[in-house]
Design a protein around this ligand. Structure first.
Ligand code: NOJ
Length: 717
């Protein structure tokens, strides 16, 4: 008999249910604490998995209880959310999506896994694969932005990064694809609210990221808190059992979200905890995180004949197999055995800085305001104004995980380090979200004698992330008043205003977009934020980040994304009865993919070969770029398609690829993209993949903004 069979033969029901239970834990000076339970449960074998434990010491102490003191010695599985870095916090996932670089997506996950594993962890609840088109939803910050194709690329890179090539390595973590599925289109952008979407949208937009993660070998998966068209995902038999386990053949561990099984009662589909446990088990949920529904409910359900021991055993086997794959039986102390050398940590910080400066999106740069001219560099004077300028904690973003006590670099500190000769003055003006504007006057006065004004505005980190929906995702508090007063003064003095926005989502900032001379989206950049911003402002590096979500002009445009379907009455100023708003343009303020560099790229000579292609064929797309700007920069080139005539309406643009090209000033180069024709399949009227003969427009350009795209038409045959 193998190890798992031997164990299964010896386990009691309560030991089995222990393996299906995950409980939060903490560590205080007096020792470990297990929420709502005690360490005795680990010794009894009735708790088999923990979350929220930080530090190798405490993790090993817990592990010892399980391995050395419990009857069967089954090691614990210990997991934690590592959403954008563990201790060394990287830019938030939304920001990182805009780097369009698979090597970076993978590398930051790898580094986070190494750091997490060095803390004794074996699992992380990431990557988050919720395609989001609604900036009201706070969890937008944790995900890939608005595009499903991009989501798939990120999903695969993240799974590779977290899990490495060998799950049992002391540097690998089991990844968890979440939240399955279609969590993001919550009603009116309100967290945890009901979801009602079509089968087509589910299959075209929300499932592909999970398919990609499964193809990459993701070890675990987490159902969303929400319901989908009336069925809570924690109890969704058609999607969990039939599609995921059945059609996709996913045999990894499904772990519920926090208390989600008990919440089936509040959803109104379970009368009590027994009912809830039965529903989740029948749907295929293996581990109950924090609800204690399995331990309390399943013994009753078993006795009543509502579940079978075989159903329970199947879950236990999956959990034990994961522990085996992670190498926990062979050496439960492998992870966290040796502290990481200082050089490894320093290198990780260098990576954090490099990624942070590359994801900053330059939304606007009128008259080459940036990089800051030499006068403002040395000695010169800069007025650094706003509540986010001296806010190192906020820089870390909404999921700081184990990085809670790690220092982070503020904008002010970054600038002072980069420009030691410059007179850098600072006033917050206002607090992030208070109604008190008594500090505005002093901030305005700071502009006198300065060469430029930097306005550091935006959200508090906790205004995005879980439970952080905002009905008006604009500048909070009195920041708009501060921006107007400071800008008026700067204009009177004839000095430029550079606005730097911090947020976990695109913000609705039409006034700033019009009045600031330069505008940067800095999202939340992590521990190296201030240095990264200084690198970009001073021109040490050219910004190259692109926005992975459309920026709305008004909240009423939400949800907004580039791949919308056409209308029978496209907007036409000459015709009243067309699809439009009375009060705002249809277009976003900034389109998906938008982001300027310190170069200026001209696109030319788009070639697509062959002009007629069969399903088995491949298109080769090439385009020439010339950097007509005065500085070296890296350009991101996007490939989109649109079918001319199809059996169902198709998105106006579909992303199918991207490439990057770095060019010195005055130099031309070309990029080549390959597109297998199978990628031009779509879901036909019956929702089955279809390769349909006909014309397809191929577009290449710097963003999804239609006027900037070159176009060629090819034919599918
Ligand atoms: C709730 C969140 O929805 C989920 O993403 C996270 O992994 C769990 N809490 C555990 O912290």
């Amino acid at each position: 008999m193998n190890r798992i069979d031997t164990l299964m033969a010896r386990m009691t029901l309560s030991e089995k249910l222990g393996q299906l239970t995950m409980t939060a834990s903490g560590y205080t000076v007096t020792g470990p604490v297990i929420a709502g339970d005690s360490t005795q449960s680990i010794i009894d074998g009735t708790i088999g998995n923990l979350l929220n434990m930080v530090g190798a010491g405490p993790a090993h102490e817990m592990q010892r209880l399980a391995v050395e003191q419990s009857r069967l010695g089954i090691p614990l599985l210990i997991g934690l959310d590592i959403v954008h870095g563990h201790r060394t916090l990287f830019p938030i996932p939304l920001a990182e999506a805009g780097i369009f670089d698979e090597a970076v997506w993978e590398r930051t996950a790898r580094e986070a896994a190494r750091e997490g594993a060095a803390d004794g962890l074996a699992m992380t609840f990431a990557p988050m694969l919720d395609v989001s088109r609604d900036p009201r939803w706070g969890r937008t910050a944790e995900g890939p932005g608005e595009d499903p194709w991009l989501n798939g690329r990120i999903a695969q890179a993240k799974v590779r990064g977290f899990q490495g090539s060998d799950l049992s390595s002391a540097e690998s973590l089991a990844a968890c694809a979440k939240h399955f599925v279609a969590y993001s289109p919550v009603t009116a952008g309100r967290e945890y609210a009901a979801v009602d979407i079509s089968e087509r949208t589910l299959r075209e937009v929300h499932l592909p990221g999970f398919v990609a993660a499964i193809e990459a070998g993701v070890a675990t998966l987490m159902p969303a808190f929400t319901d989908l068209n009336g069925v809570p995902m924690t109890a969704h038999v058609p999607l969990l059992r039939d599609w995921l386990r059945g059609e996709m053949g996913f045999d990894g561990v499904i772990v519920s979200d926090y208390n989600a099984i008990a919440e089936l009662i509040e959803h109104g589909v379970a009368a009590d905890l027994v009912d809830a446990a039965v529903l989740a088990l029948k749907a295929g949920v293996d581990i109950d995180m924090m609800a204690d529904a399995y331990r309390k409910g399943l013994p009753v359900a078993l006795e009543q004949g509502r579940v079978t021991i075989d159903e329970i055993d199947a879950c236990v086997r999956r959990v034990l197999r994961l522990k085996e794959q992670l190498g926990l039986f062979d050496d439960p102390y492998r992870r966290g055995a040796t502290p990481e050398p200082a050089a490894v940590i320093a290198e990780r910080h260098a990576l954090a800085r490099d990624v942070a400066r590359k994801v900053i999106v330059m939304l606007k740069n009128e008259r080459d305001t940036l990089p800051l001219p030499a006068t403002a560099k040395a000695p010169g004077a800069l007025a650094v104004i706003g509540p986010l300028a001296d806010a190192s904690t906020e820089m870390k973003g909404p999921w700081w995980g184990a990085g809670e006590h790690e220092p982070a670099v503020s904008v002010l500190a970054g600038l002072r380090a980069a420009l030691p000769q410059t007179d850098i003055r600072h006033a917050p003006g206002v607090a992030i979200d208070s109604a008190d504007d008594s500090g505005i006057e002093a901030a305005v006065a700071l502009c006198d004698g300065a060469d430029a004004v930097l306005l550091c505005l935006g959200e508090r980190a906790t205004m995005s992330g879980e439970a952080a929906s905002r009905a008006t995702p604009a500048l909070p508090g009195r920041q708009q008043a501060l921006a107007e007063a400071v800008t008026a003064r700067a204009q009177a003095l004839g000095i430029p205003v550079v606005a730097i926005l911090f947020s976990g989502r695109p913000l609705v900032v039409p006034w700033l977009a019009e009045h600031a001379d330069a505008l940067l989206a800095a999202w939340f950049l992590g521990v190296e934020a201030g240095h990264a911003i200084a690198d970009v402002l001073t021109g040490r590096v050219s910004p190259s980040g692109r926005t992975p979500m459309s920026w709305p002009r008004a909240v009423g445009q939400v949800p907004i994304w580039f791949g919308q379907r056409p209308t029978g009455r496209p907007m036409n100023p000459a015709d009243y009865y067309t699809s439009k708003y009375q009060d705002v343009d249809n277009t976003p303020l900034y389109a998906f993919g938008h982001g300027l560099t310190y170069g200026r790229f001209r696109y030319d000579e788009l070639h697509v070969e062959p002009r007629r292609v069969r399903e088995q064929g491949t298109l080769t797309i090439s385009v020439t770029l010339r950097n007509e700007g005065a500085r070296e920069a890296e350009e991101t080139v996007f490939l989109f398609v649109r079918a001319k005539v199809s059996l169902v309406t198709r998105p106006l643009l579909e992303l199918k690829g991207y490439a990057k090209l770095r060019l010195m000033p005055g130099v031309a180069g070309s990029v080549k993209l390959k597109l297998p024709a199978t990628e031009l399949r779509y879901l036909g009227p019956d929702l089955q993949p279809l390769f349909e003969a006909g014309e397809v427009d191929v577009f290449v350009g710097p963003s999804a903004e239609p006027t900037g795209l070159l176009q060629q038409t090819i034919e599918l045959c």
